[in-house]
Unconditional design. Structure first.
Length: 639
């Protein structure tokens, strides 16, 4: 029994294995597409598969309404290139294409109920005929069905020209869309805008949407817009409004008037910003020269060239002689200029704008603060004036040409050029030779390297303002003595040590300069400076103040302190009748001779404090001055 049983089991095992293998192969079968088709199962589909063959006709059925005319029949019968067939079930869909009379096979598809749709299509993809059927596909059976197609109802879409003639037409199946044709050629001066199905054509017509399904015969008309041509005017000056015209009105176009711009010279209108090609009205209105902005708008720009005259006035000898003017394009840089003018005894400093006062030989120019920049764009007619700097060699002649002037309104000289450490003294020579001319030399700086200015400007009685003193100077003895018109003192360099008689008899000097720390000798420094109102601070290194402020009758404020190193103060404050306040004198001068006349002519509003040990010497020295006997100011001793 046991052995028999075993023999029976082995065949059963083999049969079961074969059944399982067959089921696996069926489940593993892939879907195969052909002739451009593709199949795809939906979820929940049957695992069984089979094939479906679709037999396509060699022609389509023609509705009775088309059979009346042979031409129409031929059109609908032959107006397709391919068939496209789709099969669809609840779990599967596939589409394939083929030619006339061919058979399509859908292999390895799931069993089930299928809807079949066949479409006849033209080369451009438009559908001309359609057929439908249904089929049930069963397992292990290749199902073959035939399907017939009926020509779809179609409509004619006509495209008309502007004159109403037919340009082209399209047969469009009902519910399908027309294909937009090429734009029709417009008449002169117009551009195609859009197609419209409106009965009346105009700017307000409704553009036809080519995505609209065609459901009846349709006539489409072109809408043309009138092209506008715009001329823009580019000009650096003036205001010019753009001009618009059409092809119909172009003949009336003319260039704009430029008369509204004054003070400049109009050259011409040009086609380019480089002013290489001139234009006239005829060339401007040539519509072929415009640039397209959109279908109905074209533009071009033309450029106005203006010129300005730049006159160069060399101011030779103060005359108004004018050199040949140069002409420049407006809004371009005047980067060219004439050769620099020359003038005896003068240095050319550059071309300047300015204003002229007076006329003839007495004309003067008020110059701009900086020289003209020749990279600046010229925008108007201008005159440029030569600005001259004096050469030392021409100073005397220049002074001779000037009016006398006055201390209040002196001749302000430009900077004197060509000065050296050896020829700077020629300034004094020229001033002396023209002693009636009041002059201001504040624009001039003396050259570095000068060490002594002793008597440098002595007796220059009409010098109102002095030149700048170089830092190298150490000696200023008698430098400005008898410069009776000097109203402003220069800055005294720090290296100066000797100011003996420096501003002697400078009766117009109102303010004293700061005295450098290295100065030792200030005797007679401000003697006779009757307009001076305040004394400077006296440096600690000063030793000699003999006659220092003698005759400074307007001085109300003296030095607050006299340094202890001073050894001689005789006549220092004599006749400083306006002094008030307190002066503290730390000098320990015991010789009464060196206090001789120091405080004669002063008033009780001034208090002087001296060292107690020199009080008697102070009083004795003051008492020696005839016809004075005793000082009037208060002199007190201090510890």
């Amino acid at each position: 029994m046991g052995g028999g049983c075993c023999k029976t089991v082995e065949p059963l095992k083999a049969a079961l294995f074969s059944a399982l293998l067959l089921s696996f192969l069926l489940l593993s079968t892939t879907f195969i597409s052909c002739a451009g088709g593709a199949g795809s199962p939906a979820s929940g589909g049957s695992a069984e598969a089979t094939s479906l063959c679709i037999q396509l006709p060699s022609s389509v059925e023609v509705p009775a309404k088309y059979l009346a005319r042979t031409a129409q029949y031929e059109k609908v019968d032959s107006n397709f290139e391919t068939f496209t067939v789709s099969i669809t079930s609840s779990s599967y869909k596939s589409t394939k294409s083929c030619g006339r009379g061919e058979k399509l096979t859908f292999s390895n598809i799931p069993v089930g109920h299928y809807d079949v749709v066949a479409l006849a299509k033209k080369a451009d993809g438009a559908v001309t005929a359609k057929g439908t059927t249904t089929v049930d596909v069963e397992p292990d059976v290749t199902k073959t069905v035939s399907i017939s197609l009926t020509r779809l109802d179609y409509h004619t879409v006509q495209f008309l020209n502007e004159d109403g003639s037919v340009i082209s037409s399209q047969d469009v199946s009902d519910g399908y869309t027309a294909t937009k044709p090429a734009n029709p050629a417009p008449s002169a001066g117009k551009a195609f805008s859009f197609w419209t199905a409106d009965a009346t054509v105009g700017d307000s017509s409704t553009p036809f949407d080519f995505n609209t399904p065609i459901t009846g015969d349709t006539t489409l008309k072109p809408v043309f817009g009138v092209i506008t041509y715009t001329v823009k005017y580019v000009s650096p000056v003036g205001t010019f409004t753009a001009s618009d015209f059409t092809a119909a009105t172009a003949s009336g176009y003319s260039l704009p008037s430029t008369s509204s711009v004054t003070g400049l010279t109009f050259a011409d209108w040009y086609a380019d910003a480089a002013f290489s090609t001139t234009v006239d009205a005829a060339s401007v209105r040539d519509v072929t020269t415009f640039t397209k902005k959109d279908d109905l708008h074209y533009e071009k720009s033309i450029y106005a060239k203006w010129t300005a005259t730049v006159t160069f006035d060399p101011r030779n000898g103060g005359s108004a002689t004018t050199s040949a003017p140069l002409v420049y394009n407006v809004d371009t840089a005047a980067d060219s200029k004439p050769a620099d003018p020359t003038k005896t005894g003068a240095t050319f400093l550059g071309w300047y704008t300015g204003t002229v006062s007076g006329s003839g030989a007495t004309a003067t120019v008020t110059y701009a603060s900086t020289a003209y920049n020749f990279t600046t764009k010229v925008t108007s007619n201008i005159t440029l004036y030569a600005k001259w700097g004096l050469d030392i060699s021409g100073l005397s002649g220049y002074l001779a040409s000037l009016p006398t002037g006055s201390k209040e309104e002196p001749n302000v000289l430009p900077a004197i050029n060509g000065l050296t450490t050896s020829n700077w003294t020629q300034i004094k020579t020229a001033l002396t030779a023209n002693s009636s001319k009041f002059v201001d030399l504040s624009a001039t700086a003396l050259p570095a390297g000068i060490t002594t200015m002793e008597e440098g400007f002595k007796n220059c009685s009409k010098l109102v303002a002095a030149p700048a003193i170089p830092d190298s100077v150490t000696n200023m003895k008698y430098c400005f003595s008898y410069c009776s018109s000097l109203t402003a003192a220069p800055v005294i360099p720090d290296g100066v040590t000797d100011m003996y008689n420096c501003f002697y008899q400078c009766g117009s000097l109102t303010a004293a300069p700061a005295i450098p720390d290295g100065v030792t000798d200030m005797s007679r420094c401000f003697y006779g400076c009757s307009s001076l109102t305040a004394a400077p601070t006296i440096p600690d290194g000063v030793t000699n103040m003999r006659y220092c402020f003698d005759g400074c009758s307007s001085m109300t404020t003296g030095p607050s302190t006299i340094p202890s190193g001073v050894t001689d103060m005789s006549y220092c404050f004599r006749d400083c009748s306006s002094l008030t306040g307190v002066i503290v004198i730390n000098a320990e001068i015991t010789d009464s001779y060196n206090w001789y006349g120091t405080f004669v002519g002063l008033h009780s509003s001034l208090t002087v404090k001296v060292k107690s040990n020199v009080l008697n010497a102070v009083l004795e020295g003051t008492r020696l001055e005839s016809p004075y006997e005793y000082p009037v100011c208060n002199i007190n001793g201090m510890d």
